[in-house]
Write a protein that binds this ligand. Sequence first.
Ligand SMILES: Cc1cc2nc3c(=O)[nH]c(=O)nc-3n(C[C@H](O)[C@H](O)[C@H](O)COP(=O)(O)OP(=O)(O)OC[C@H]3O[C@@H](n4cnc5c(N)ncnc54)[C@H](O)[C@@H]3O)c2cc1C
Length: 412
Amino acid sequence: MKKDVVIVGGGCIGLMSAYCLQKSGRSVTVIEKGDITNGTSFGNAGLLSAFKKAPLSAPGAITDTIKLMLKGESPASVHPTLNLHLYKWLLKFAASSTEARLRRTLALFERYGQVSLDMYQSMVEDDGIDFHFRKDGLLMIYTEQATFDAKAAHCNDPKAYEILSKEKTKEYMPILNDKVIGSILLKENGHIDPGEMMLAVKKYLEEKGVEFLLNEEVERLEFEGSKVSKIRTSKDVYEAETFILSTGADDKLARQAKNKFMMTPAKGYSLTFKMDDALKPKTTSLFADLFIAMTPRRDTVRMTSKLELGTTNPSIVKKQIDSMNKNLAQYTNDFERRDVVEWSGFRPLTPNDIPILGFDENYENLVHATGLGWLGITFAPSIGKIINDVITVDKKNETNADILLFSSFFQG
Ligand SMILES: Cc1cc2nc3c(=O)[nH]c(=O)nc-3n(C[C@H](O)[C@H](O)[C@H](O)COP(=O)(O)OP(=O)(O)OC[C@H]3O[C@@H](n4cnc5c(N)ncnc54)[C@H](O)[C@@H]3O)c2cc1C
């Protein structure tokens, strides 16, 4: 039987699209090649960091990275590759790092970040979906006086910022040593436990009748005229009114529909461990000069870092884990970590922090929802809402204001 909406990919973007479409009364099937517990949406830091936080493609990003590379502390690296697409991506990244774009991107981040925060809150409070969700700010910790002073000079709004001394910063993160300069609390941000959120939302959706086909990979799209007629998976063949591709950094299926999106996989790592409660960070914290995040969760703490381009190797490389630990150790006292779980995953990164959203330009019943880069968890609910709106209300990209503003189909 022909299905209504088939979503390929059960990461946070696929699940939030399912959540919004189900609420609109659509019948939804999610097809996921894994079991949703090991992908990028599961192992990330869980920061909800849309407010007052510069995009990756901010002016100065490249010089700052080069400075860190020279100090041996850079979280970013580019593997030598013959893949021309990556070099085009890097050129576009450099061209996007302008003041004009920065102002625009910050405004878009706040617009969609607020929608997402409100939706996460409503999921917890109104739908009774149980996951760790806190709106208690993001602590930006500085280890360089110059970057701290430069940022603090612009933090005049007491609703948005609190500037903290070294001693006050240590109250938030007791493991810090005296090399830390100070911190700035970006008060409007928050965090979740992304894995808990994914499992709880999946359970809620199943109870509402959403169908999950797990451990089933979509291998081929088939076309008839201007439509996707069916998809072939490792187990079966399905027809549907509408197909959504939310396959994260894996663009294999999008390419079958003749797309070559300006997106690249950006590998990152997380370490999740238990530590003494008294030493745990009080809120989610980001070492601004090192790109290392530490997020407190119910029973554990998660540390994340690294941004590797030019690799699709999924294995956990010990050198990268050692480098994360070495960089953190410079600014912390020794502390015991128990039951450490190492993880790596790929961000679907566009060069200008603008995602790929909306109807395909060649096939009228195919919708794309990817390219959320380092902020997929931050924006997932608002992306689900946009995808639902364009499918059920606007029915085309050109009449959906959010797609016009926040999709690389229009803002490339
Ligand atoms: C180290 C690290 C830290 C991060 N920290 C944060 C953070 O603090 N805050 C934040 O907002 N974001 C963060 N991110 C980014 C965030 O995790 C991603 O933007 C987000 O998870 C992307 O979600 P997605 O649904 O697009 O992709 P994914 O989570 O990758 O989901 C795509 C799914 O599609 C499935 N799939 C792919 N191809 C097929 C196929 N052919 N058939 C069936 N299934 C398929 C995959 O198995 C996968 O489950 C971080 C990322 C990393 C790597």
